[in-house]
Write a protein that binds this ligand. Structure first.
Ligand SMILES: NC(=O)c1ccc[n+]([C@@H]2O[C@H](COP(=O)([O-])OP(=O)(O)OC[C@H]3O[C@@H](n4cnc5c(N)ncnc54)[C@H](OP(=O)(O)O)[C@@H]3O)[C@@H](O)[C@H]2O)c1
Length: 207
């Protein structure tokens, strides 16, 4: 049985998922946006940030998100930033399909992550990811431009927003240009285990 297609991102209260420039990644606002996730045990283990870390519902959500995912799809800008920042064994541990206009040979990393580069659009990328994922879910990992294309094409079944108590004012907006007339949402989950984040999960329906 085919799995779901979902995305899961951290978002500022005013709707941004990243600063405007990649050079600001790891800056103050990014750290405030992602402040809830860095202490989590599962995240620290996957990113090789050192042992220990918090356990609890936030950590469960991080772990469950990693575990449900059989393959990921990401945009080239997310990949370009990650290529500089991920550890030698990137956190995915499954096939990752990068949508891009620039061809590149697959990049095989230790630990089970292979990045392959697809230049014929989001549907071809999703076909590739679905095949790799088997009966597990496909995560549209990011960034904003890529997620929006999948959402507007009606290819997303469900998404989770980790809403952080920070205002960006500018940056990469996730829902800018969304085809709001076609998409209806049903809230299917919510959790606010700490004061650092609220997790909101929506099923995507067509109007
Ligand atoms: N807050 C979070 O949880 C979260 C999660 C994930 C990512 N992010 C952040 O999001 C930012 C990146 O987002 P973004 O919106 O700027 O970029 P993006 O979606 O990662 O990548 C966009 C690029 O992907 C390629 N692309 C996208 N669709 C394509 C298509 N249909 N055909 C061919 N190529 C296609 C193009 O690159 P080329 O033309 O160069 O090939 C395009 O410029 C990063 O800063 C990342 O850290 C945040």
């Amino acid at each position: 049985m085919a799995g779901m297609v979902f995305f899961s991102v951290s978002m500022s209260l005013d709707g941004y998922i990243a600063p405007e420039s990649l050079s600001e990644l790891m800056g103050r606002r990014w750290m405030e946006l992602q402040g809830w996730v860095f202490p989590q045990r599962s995240f620290r283990e996957r990113l090789q940030l050192g042992g220990g870390g918090e356990e609890g519902r936030d950590d469960d959500i991080v772990r469950e998100t990693f575990e449900r995912t059989g393959a990921s799809v990401m945009g080239r800008r997310m990949f370009d930033a990650g290529e500089r920042m991920w550890p030698e064994s990137p956190p995915f541990r499954h096939p990752v399909v990068v949508v891009t206009h620039r061809e590149r040979e697959p990049w095989v990393r230790p630990g089970g992550t292979t990045f392959s580069f697809v230049t014929d659009g989001i549907e071809a990328a999703l076909d590739r990811a679905r095949e790799a994922a088997g009966d597990r879910d496909v995560r549209i990992a990011g960034g904003g431009e890529t997620i929006l294309q999948f959402l507007n094409a009606g290819l997303v079944d469900e998404f989770t927003i980790a809403l952080s108590p920070v205002l960006f004012g500018a940056g990469v907006r996730i829902f800018e240009g969304v085809d709001a007339g076609r998409i209806a949402l049903e809230q299917v989950g919510s959790a606010a285990p700490s004061s650092r984040v609220t997790h909101l999960t929506y099923a995507v329906r067509r109007r």
